[in-house]
Design a protein around this ligand. Structure first.
Ligand SMILES: [Zn+2]
Length: 450
């Protein structure tokens, strides 16, 4: 058994952190959560052994990064100076995609995921579409790239949901994939499903999920094939949705409806589905998403970086969509920043303050993100859940003097000192125990950019 004594811990359904909480775990699961009454006195029957690891600061459940493209980490700082938009950024992204193979992707993803671990992320949703060799020909193992990502997460010490992505066409009107995009394509949804069926990561840290890249990339008549595969296998289904107004326009021109409506009509929406971005939905789209309990994964730092716009987060939450968070392009890997951006962006849009409570932002960053990735047993400091602990220091230059309830509005990823995933310590004193994160990032990125 392992025991930790948290100076403060954010317990489920609490509006603010609780002081002096003893957390116990065995076999990777939380076995007891005991607030010590009066700041250190244990209730009768609870003995605080000297071997309890003290966690000064605020301890949170594990953070879930519900939307990642690991290789985009190589683009950080390389696309920010110039003009352009999402589409010109995408051209640079394709240059990096063209150079990756299973070995270099393992190295890059291992470093990128280890950066996430340092930031308190205990589970990543990898929206994976870089499937095949440079000319679009499958590798000898057609799932070699998927296997590299699953192995990378294991090396970094975090869990992964590999959201294997169907990416079949280049535009809503069905243009063929060309150039680097050929690496993404399986031909059609049935062949996509056959390839994914052959991949079963057999490790407790990894699960499989499905994704539809977007309405640009999967023809309408094949959407139900992907959705049906996810449903039959009981796994989460993710889809990029209305990230760009151009996607809405193209969908209307070809199908006479919004992308959300198209997905709804083909059985894609529902409580096991997560729409990523949802930056430009109509009011009717917001209602469709909410009524179907489709989740929405917001990626505010990427949407900011790519000049995409601000989605109607509060309205989507009110309509019934659970909100989760993703770092997407990894321009920033910091779920504290993503979480507060949900509130702060709403303030900019409405010129009013106070849309989301701190507890709602914690929920988005933890339990809702894990649920969106198919881990219903993670993201809460409660008995039976996976023993994921993320401790944020409250004595840094950024957090000193901040009340624990305000930590999400003050802390950064650099304030994470201790990370436990499934009961195993991955980060201690702000250092990753097995990966030299800056050195590995430097060499892995040099490999694919120089
Ligand atoms: Zn994305």
């Amino acid at each position: 058994m392992t025991r930790w004594l948290a100076e403060y811990a954010w317990l489920p359904d609490h509006a603010e952190p609780t002081p002096d909480v003893l957390i116990e775990a065995e076999g990777g699961r939380i076995t007891a959560v005991t607030p010590l009454v009066g700041g250190g006195a244990a209730p009768a029957g609870v003995e605080v052994l000297g071997d309890a690891v003290r966690l000064p600061g605020l301890t949170l459940p594990g953070l879930a990064n519900a939307h990642s493209h690991a290789f985009h980490r190589a683009l950080r700082g390389r696309t920010h100076g110039g003009r352009g938009d999402f589409w010109s950024w995408r051209d640079v992204m394709y240059d990096v995609a063209a150079r990756l193979d299973p070995d270099s992707y393992l190295a890059l993803a291992r470093a990128a995921y280890a950066e996430m671990a340092l930031a308190g992320i205990t589970c990543v949703g990898e929206f994976h579409y870089l499937h095949h060799g440079p000319d679009g020909r499958p590798y000898a193992d057609p799932n070699a790239m998927s296997a590299a990502l699953v192995e990378a997460a294991a090396h970094a010490g975090i869990r992964i949901t590999l959201l294997d992505t169907a990416y079949l066409t280049a535009s809503v009107d069905g243009a063929q994939l060309a150039g680097t995009q050929r690496r993404f394509g399986d031909g059609d949804a049935l062949r996509w499903a056959a390839r994914v069926d052959a991949f079963r990561p057999e490790n407790d840290h990894a699960r499989l999920g499905a994704a539809i890249h977007s309405v640009r990339a999967v023809p309408a008549e094949q959407l139900a094939t992907v959705a049906g595969w996810a449903d039959r296998n009981g796994v989460p289904l993710h889809v990029h949705l209305s990230e760009q107004p151009a996607e809405n326009d193209a969908c209307r021109a070809v199908h006479g409806c919004s992308p959300t409506r198209l997905l709804a009509d083909h059985g894609v929406l529902g409580p096991h589905t997560t729409a990523v971005h949802a930056t430009h939905p109509t009011s009717a789209d917001v209602a469709l998403l909410g009524e179907s309990r489709t989740g929405v994964c917001l990626c505010p730092t990427t949407e900011r970086d790519l000049a995409d716009g601000i989605g109607p987060a509060r309205r989507m939450a009110e309509a019934g969509s659970p909100l989760s968070l993703g770092s997407d392009s990894h321009a920033v890997v910091d779920l504290f920043e993503e979480a507060r951006a949900v509130e702060l962006d709403e303030r900019l849009r409405t010129r009013k303050r106070g849309h989301f409570s701190a507890a709602e932002l914690v929920t988005a960053a933890t339990v809702a993100g894990h649920a969106a990735l198919g881990w219903g047993d993670a993201g809460r400091l409660s008995v039976g859940d996976r023993a994921d602990l993320v401790t944020v220091r409250l004595d840094s230059a950024r957090t000193a003097g901040v009340p624990p309830v305000g930590a999400f509005f003050a802390a950064t990823a650099a304030d994470v000192t201790h990370v436990v995933v499934d009961g195993r310590t991955v980060v201690a004193d702000g250092r990753h125990l097995t990966v030299d994160v800056p050195a590995e990032l430097r060499s892995a990125i040099a490999e694919v950019t120089s």
